[in-house]
Ligand binder design. Structure first.
Ligand code: GLP
Length: 242
């Protein structure tokens, strides 16, 4: 696990955009794994800047999302697919039909999960997975107690995560969905390169467990210690308990 401490999320955004640029240069149809939340926002801004400046093209790239809420109407602006559309699809040249997410509106959710795993396999797996981490150590929506071998499935969100995400729902906890579909820890660990971003004091405890703690399903991000190619990019606050 390589740990890089940077002075700002913008600097982290440039580092990850460099890694994406190198990947796309050797594999134009590379498969990106895309996370939502605040942590990767600077990465998407930097990718958009580079595409708009003609320095990078994602026109042949493919992307798979980590997770999606269940129970939001298709037009809800906080559906993770809507967030990725705003932050990545609209400001870059990645093709909307090449961006995939678990279908949180499906009637048959277990089938939607199995179909999603199959689509990822058919694409040849994820080359570079962008990740955040929850303040409770969750990765994607694999909450504490998730099996470290888990696959894409329906999960119940913890109160902590719903509180953390209430800021995206007008600070109304009741408006935050209670369920989601998420890649499992076992699923996301199959990506060839994991790049995890964490900023701010609220992430310091989770980062401490992830990097230095014993591997435990109670801190799902600790599974990354087993991954052969993980880059963790932190600011000073997130790194303050290392
Ligand atoms: C969310 C998402 C995760 C994200 C994490 C941290 O609930 N499901 O994919 O990495 O929690 O979010 P943030 O980056 O906003 O702190």
């Amino acid at each position: 696990m390589e740990v890089v401490i940077v002075e700002s999320p913008e600097r982290a955004g440039r580092l990850v955009a460099d890694a994406v640029g190198e990947l796309i240069a050797r594999k134009p149809d590379a498969v990106l794994g895309v996370a939502t939340g605040s942590s990767p926002e600077a990465v998407y801004r930097e990718l958009a800047n580079r595409v708009q400046a003609g320095e990078l093209s994602l026109k042949d790239a493919r992307a798979f999302m980590l997770d999606e809420y269940v129970g939001l109407l298709p037009e809800h602006p906080q559906r993770y697919r809507a967030v990725i559309d705003r932050q990545l699809v609209e400001p870059t040249d990645i093709q909307a039909e090449n961006v995939h997410g678990p279908d949180g509106t499906a009637c048959d959710l277990p089938k939607a999960c199995a179909d999603y795993e199959q689509a990822m396999r058919d694409a040849g797996g994820v080359d570079l997975q962008i990740l955040g981490v929850g303040s409770d150590g969750h990765v994607a929506f694999n909450e504490p107690g998730s099996s470290l071998a888990s696959r894409t499935r329906l999960k119940t969100l913890t109160r902590q995560t719903r509180q953390d995400n209430a800021r995206f729902f007008g600070d109304d906890l009741e408006a935050v969905p209670k369920h989601c579909l998420t890649q499992g820890v076992g699923t996301l660990m199959e990506a060839r390169h994991l790049v995890l971003l964490a900023f701010g004091q609220a992430k310091a405890e989770a980062v401490h467990h992830m990097v230095e703690g014993p591997v435990s399903a109670m801190w799902p991000a600790t599974a990354l210690q087993f991954h052969p190619h993980t880059t963790v990019i932190l600011d000073e606050s997130a790194a303050s308990r290392l």
